[in-house]
Design a protein around this ligand. Structure first.
Ligand code: ADP
Length: 538
């Protein structure tokens, strides 16, 4: 027997409606690309979103058409998210850090019709323009006064929306309609398109809004450093309007000084971003003696959280909460929100718990399997290939010719992890980065985290290198902190004290900087190239 409830579609514009109905005075604040701070309310924002929707429809943007956006986290990109999706078109967010070749590839692959870009990226877009196969119209995300020089005809965003009405009736359509498109970073091969549906993002919004997942409340002030040009800024452009939180968009100012200033002036209570950003901020705070008087928590994901970061921020009374996910998961999979009980654990045990990637969000199933596909136990010890399934997890890549999921309907994340009896998942590595020493697998994350606790270490990356007896052994590569000069022996002794003997790195090497990829993760491929043919001391 079928239930007799209304079958109304889950569309992202419903989130906007809710925000305007309940939190119309709540603010969205942006450090603009042009310089000054811009502030307005959800209610003002909705009016401009509707103007933009009118403009897009007038321009001939039809349902299903892809609209490219290369932009910083700003109120304008927020408007694009809702207006493009709201008319049934697809907002294709492009990561400018992918480099020109990949950017060209993804825009042509997505067949974007229109391209909006922040003026910071004018040179990049001008360089791409002659080879863009489908883009017919370019818009700079600014006003006439700040319009950049550009070879092709160019309008500005403000000129586009200015003449339009702020009345628009959102169309209703199937909730499985695509709303956004984001490509993976393509560190191993070409970027792959992940096409999100309205249904997926609305359900992810509901799950992330739960107080026991992320403890954000109405009135909190949230600053996503995690970019809107990649993985939907961890869903914050949807979760914050849903909960009634203010959004603070940092624009292009992602360095320690700019962030610290914005945290202070806007009284930011919660922030989100990858570990490298927080390491940068911590170094800035150490150097200047500044503090974080309003900040309560930071959600850290994209790569592993380290004990050094937890301790560093604890000094400022800021809780570091780890999350894990991926482009293919819209992107949130787990969040490690400590229970009130576990917050009382002795430091050592609490750190060990915080270093786990966390428990699954509602409606996300996780399992680990062996290379033969057999499901492995959740005992906290056994590691295996991490597979997931759920409402906001990819079924297939955009325009892919082969299936992405397993025969029994799971997506293989490419991560190697253990899951304990309480549901906490801990990643040891990407499967391609795992160090296979004899019959054992060594976690590079554990070694990197141990090294980061050393006061002279700014960045640490571990790779497996050839060993005649053990097949592979860990090499620890370190970038020193400014003004510090630890020796290789000193670092070895320091990390060995904190690791099981099997994981003791066989050598320590120094570099000026650890190579980072387009989403702020250590580029292990590049690190392996740098140490190709490296001979470990026997
Ligand atoms: P890409 O950078 O290729 O676009 P994503 O941004 O989708 O990839 O990153 C997904 C991957 O990032 C995960 O599969 C995992 O390996 C890694 N990752 C994400 N969060 C964490 C975390 N908290 N700890 C360790 N690794 C993480």
């Amino acid at each position: 027997m079928k239930g007799l409830m209304m079958d109304r579609p889950l569309l992202t514009t419903e989130i906007l409606k809710h925000a305007v109905r309940n939190y119309r005075h709540t603010e969205i604040i942006t450090r603009t690309v042009e310089g000054p701070i811009h502030r307005y309310t959800f209610s003002d924002s909705e009016k401009r979103i509707k103007k933009l929707a009118n403009a897009l429809v007038k321009m001939g943007v039809k349902p299903g058409m892809r609209v490219g956006v290369i932009g910083w986290n700003t109120y304008r990109q927020f408007e694009l998210y809702y207006a493009i999706g709201g008319i049934g078109a697809v907002c294709h967010t492009i990561n400018p850090r992918l480099g020109p070749e990949n950017a060209l590839y993804v825009i042509n692959h997505a067949e974007d019709d229109i391209l909006f870009f922040d003026t910071t990226f004018t040179t990049l877009v001008a360089q791409l323009a002659p080879n863009l196969n489908t883009v017919k119209t370019f818009f700079a995300l600014t006003d006439k006064h700040h319009a950049p020089d550009f070879d092709a005809p160019l309008l500005t965003y403000e000129e586009l929306i200015a003449p339009e009405s702020d009345h628009f009736v959102w169309p209703e359509f199937d909730e499985n309609t695509a709303v956004a498109l984001c490509y993976t970073s393509g560190t191993t091969g070409l970027p792959k398109g992940v096409l999100y549906s309205h249904r997926a993002l609305v359900l992810q919004t509901l799950a992330t809004s739960s107080a026991s997942i992320l403890s954000y409340r109405e009135g909190d002030v949230i600053l996503p450093v995690v970019p809107m040009f990649h993985v939907n800024a961890w869903n914050m452009p949807y979760s914050c309007p849903m909960i009634g939180c203010s959004l603070v968009f940092p624009g292009p100012g992602l360095d320690g000084e700019s962030l610290s200033e914005l945290f202070e002036t806007e009284k930011v209570t919660h922030a989100l971003g990858v570990p490298t950003v927080w390491l940068g901020l911590l170094q800035y705070l150490e150097k200047t003696g500044k503090s974080l008087p309003h900040l309560k928590s930071v959600l850290v994901g994209g790569s592993a959280l380290s004990e050094a970061l937890i301790r560093g921020f604890e000094k400022h009374d800021v809780e570091m909460i780890q999350g894990w996910g991926m482009t293919e998961m819209s992107p949130v999979g787990t969040i490690n929100a400590l229970s009130q009980e576990s917050k009382k654990l002795p430091d050592k045990e609490r750190y060990a718990l915080q270093l786990k990637q966390g428990r699954a969000l509602p409606f996300v199933d996780m399992r680990i399997v062996g290379d033969d596909g057999a499901v492995l136990p959740n005992d906290g010890e056994t590691t295996g290939n991490l597979q997931v399934r759920g409402f906001w997890i990819i079924a297939n890549y955009y325009k892919a010719d082969k299936e992405t999921v397993t025969e029994d309907g799971w997506f293989d994340t490419g991560d190697v992890a253990a899951i304990d009896e309480d549901g906490y998942m801990q990643i040891t590595d990407r499967s391609k980065d795992v160090i296979k020493s004899g019959g054992e697998w060594i976690s590079s994350i554990d070694i990197e985290n141990a090294a980061l606790l050393h006061p002279g270490v700014a960045q640490a990356g571990v790779i497996g290198v050839y060993h005649p007896k053990w097949q592979e052994r860990p090499l620890l590569v370190v970038a020193k902190k400014e003004g510090q000069n630890p020796s290789a022996e000193d670092i070895s002794a320091f990390v060995n004290e904190r690791l099981a003997k099997i994981a003791w790195p066989d050598a320590v090497e120094f570099v000026d900087e650890i190579p980072l990829g387009a989403t702020g993760k250590i580029l292990k491929t590049r690190l392996r190239e740098m140490f190709k043919g490296y001979e470990l001391p026997v």
